[in-house]
Ligand binder design. Structure first.
Ligand code: ADP
Ligand code: MG
Length: 796
């Protein structure tokens, strides 16, 4: 049934080649007890390993039941060892962390025998070798003879055709040896038993046939068979270790090293604890911040200014270009202002707040709005004088607008609440003007020039500005009629006369204001602002002025220039949002002489107001999203020039804070990850040590028919268990730590329950832990699989 045909095998170590078997041919009967005798190093073990498929021959052929093994694949050898061969070793080679029953069952476990059958067969085998009372013990609790009996039971359990025993009594005393030999002889009644021994007496007493080896050759054979029974129907049942078996095997191994495992799991859980805590804190802070912000920021307006300093129109404005300029100091305490040229480093975008757009704004769902506040622009005739000559002030370059009113229902004074007074006093009378500077105390040169100040100076004292006076001239004094047409009452003498006349209204810059630090509600841009009552007074007066009345009668031509108006669309009625505004193109010149439509001309003459800034106050945070979405819709498909750029202050604050939070989280996680890398390396080392410790076990498993893959699986299972343990431990500890952390945070910040571990994060971290430890153990596991079973079994 088993035939060795001209088998040769040699081992090469370095440059030295040792011939272990030299042209060995042997035939074996189906049932016989063959003893192989020979001096040490004569090739007995090598021969046995080749027969058992643990080692592969170099030349010749091994024929099993008439089947050549020349073309056997690894899996065929594995199956052969598992199904057809039972090994008995001198040193028993039991897996010490498994019970003896589990040891006996292992071969069957590998070939997928059901648990019930497996257990029954194992108990039968153990009964047969006389260990009925010991089946619940572990190998360490048995004597040498008993352990060898377990090994015999293991070899028998899967009911193989061939039992191979390599000096099975080598480590036993004489009495025990004889008992074991009796047992083997009993087995040989219906199996082929090949036993290596160096004890000729035992061989003589028990064996049916004695084969002598010397120097890798057979030198005598006491009882060779005459004819060979051929049996060609040879089928092997393939083996495979289930994941569950791998887990059980490693679980039992790990449970014998509880402290080491616990410490390893704890050490590698530290990174997980760190990350879990960071995530739970940032998670909690994010929640707290966004709930705080949606409360606190809900009344921040979305503002649309006629002139928006912005470079990137597609994003939310507006990073002030000046911020990058180091020479400006934010919120300086200096008592002066700094002239600058805004066009030098900023692209100014003009929002054309056309009638169409204002109508569009009318369409905002009123449920979203708490209120709307406007800052308006009325063209007034203003003169300034150096004491001798008076000149007109170009209000267009003055950013001359009214300061906003608070939206309906909001108490208090807009200027007092949202601005700091730098010099002078806040406006009290309707004729008081106020200068608004930016956070760097800067003021556009063009504005300063229009005010008649030395705009080229590096700095201008507040004193030069506060108290500065101007005269407001009503239309009837400013324009004179001749032959139904009007003209500016404009020569120098007339202007000075107007300036000094009793009809002129004195305007005075009462103070200089600046937005409060951290107050996003201050939406006015730098310039000169006046009160609404002044604007209304002028409008009322202008409406009754002769020039306006004349222009109202006149549809076709500009009453100042006599020029025919070009056809301009955009005739409109009232617009329902507060006071009525000019319906023309509100960006039109303030010079009535260059107006190209009747509406523009009327606006330029101060008969109607135009909006210069609109603040939309949302009902709440969600409503703001709705408003912003509505504003974005307008911009869809429009060119950059036509777009209306708005400022969403709440969004800017929120994205800034969540951006900072994200940044901090990332940095902290990066730090915590270092400990993950450390644990990765540590797991690699631990697994490598485990591989070294379990070398023998690897050999045994391979002898029992385990595939290379199964060995990898065993160690992957081990790292998987450690990874899960450390992941779960880490999450558990992190969860417990959130309790004191929250108590501490509560006492410091008054925020409760900040640290909250998101279950999804927890799950992700356990998966990460398992993944990383398996990665760390991957190379050692592969290394284990590559171990030569023969070498593995030889190891001590
Ligand atoms: P025996 O069992 O008869 O004592 P072995 O079969 O173990 O002898 O060894 C036969 C020869 O082959 C010896 O010289 C031994 O050193 C050599 N040998 C066996 N296995 C290996 C191996 N894995 N690597 C190198 N040499 C080996
Ligand atoms: Mg040997």
């Amino acid at each position: 049934m088993l035939q060795l045909k001209n088998i040769s095998k040699s081992y090469t170590t370095g440059s030295f080649t040792q011939i272990a078997l030299n042209d060995v041919s042997l035939d074996f009967r189906k049932n016989e007890f063959v003893a192989i005798l020979g001096p040490s190093g004569s090739g007995k073990t090598t021969c046995l390993n080749l027969i058992g498929g643990l080692d592969q021959y170099d030349n010749g052929d091994l024929i099993i039941n008439g089947t050549s093994t020349k073309h056997f694949k690894d899996s065929d050898w594995d199956a052969y060892r598992n199904n057809s061969v039972g090994f008995i070793f001198q040193s028993y080679n039991l897996i010490s962390h498994l019970s003896i029953t589990d040891n006996v069952e292992m071969g069957m476990t590998l070939s997928g025998v059901s648990a019930e059958v497996k257990h029954r067969k194992a108990v039968e085998a153990l009964e047969k070798v006389g260990l009925k009372e010991h089946i619940h013990k572990k190998p360490g609790q048995l004597s040498g003879g008993q352990m060898q009996r377990v090994a015999i039971a293991r070899a028998l359990a899967n009911d193989p055709d061939i039992i191979l025993a390599d000096e099975p009594t080598g480590a036993l005393d004489t009495v025990t040896s004889e008992q074991i030999m009796e047992l083997i002889k009993e087995i040989a009644k219906d199996k082929l038993v090949v036993m290596v021994t160096h004890n000729p007496e035992l061989a003589e007493t028990y064996a049916d046939r004695i084969v002598q080896f010397r120097d890798g050759k057979v030198i005598s054979d006491s009882n060779p068979p005459d004819e060979i029974q051929e049996n060609t129907n040879y089928q092997l049942k393939k083996t495979a270790m289930s994941y569950f078996t791998a887990l059980k095997l490693s679980g039992k191994n790990i449970s014998t090293k509880k402290w080491r495992t616990a410490l390893t799991a704890f050490a590698s859980s530290i990174g997980i604890i760190g990350i879990a805590l960071i995530l739970s804190l940032s998670n909690g802070f994010d929640k707290q911040i966004s709930s705080y912000e949606s409360g606190a920021l809900s009344n921040f307006p979305v503002t649309i200014n006629e002139s928006a300093a912005s470079i990137d129109l597609s994003s939310r404005p507006s990073e002030d270009a000046g911020k990058k300029d180091k020479k400006w100091k934010e919120f300086t305490s200096a008592g002066e202002i700094y002239p600058y040229d805004p066009s030098a480093n900023t692209v100014m975008h003009t929002n054309v707040l056309s009638e169409e757009y204002l109508k569009y704004l009318d369409g905002i769902d009123p449920a979203l709005l708490d209120g709307v506040s406007y800052s308006r622009k009325v063209n007034m005739n203003i003169l300034r004088s150096d004491g001798e000559t008076a000149v007109p002030v170009d209000t267009a370059s003055l950013n001359f607008t009214s300061y906003p009113d608070k939206p309906a229902g909001v108490e208090g004074s807009y200027l007092a609440d949202y601005y700091d007074l730098l010099a002078g006093s806040l406006p009290e009378k309707s004729t008081d003007l106020v200068m608004v500077v930016d956070e760097y105390n800067r003021m556009s040169q063009s504005i300063l020039e229009a005010l008649g100040l030395d705009y080229k100076a590096a700095n201008i004292s507040f004193d030069d500005i506060v108290g500065r006076e101007f005269k407001l001239i009503y239309n009837d004094d400013y324009y004179i009629e001749s032959d139904g047409m009007f003209k500016l009452n404009g020569n120098a003498a007339n202007l000075s006369a107007m300036y000094n006349s009793g009809n002129a209204v004195t305007l005075k810059i009462s103070g200089i204001i600046r937005k409060q630090q951290d107050s996003p509600m201050s939406t006015m841009s730098a310039g000169i602002a006046y009160s609404d009552s002044l604007a209304e007074e002028f409008i009322t007066n202008a409406k009754n002025s002769s020039i306006v009345k004349a222009q109202e009668q006149q549809e076709q031509v500009n009453v100042l220039t006599g020029k025919v108006f070009s056809q301009v669309s955009g005739m409109g009625s009232g617009m329902g949002m507060g006071m009525s505004f000019s319906m023309g193109n509100s960006s039109a010149s303030s010079d009535p002489g260059s107006s190209v439509s009747k509406e523009d001309t009327l606006a330029a003459l101060g008969a109607v107001a135009t909006p210069s800034s609109i603040s939309l106050y949302p009902k709440d945070f969600e409503a703001k999203e709705g408003i912003v979405k509505y504003l974005d819709q307008w911009n869809e498909g429009r060119s950059d020039k036509e777009m209306i750029v708005y400022t969403d202050l709440a969004e800017m604050v929120t994205s800034l804070s969540s951006g900072i939070m994200d940044g901090i989280t990332m940095v902290l996680i990066a730090f915590a990850s270092i400990s993950l890398v450390v644990s990765l390396i540590m797991i690699g080392i631990i697994t490598y040590i485990s591989v070294l410790e379990r070398t023998k076990e690897i050999g045994v498993l391979r002898a029992l028919g385990a595939r290379k893959k199964d060995i990898t699986r065993v160690f992957n299972a081990e790292t998987c268990i450690i990874g899960s343990l450390s992941g779960l431990l880490g999450i558990g500890i992190a969860y417990l730590l959130t309790i004191p952390v929250n108590i501490i945070l509560k006492s410091i910040t008054d925020l409760s329950n900040v640290a909250q571990l998101n279950p999804l994060h927890a799950f992700g971290l356990v998966v990460l832990s398992v993944g990383l430890t398996m990665l760390g153990g991957f190379i050692p596991a592969k290394f284990a699989a590559k171990k030569d079973p023969v070498v593995a079994l030889r190891s001590e």
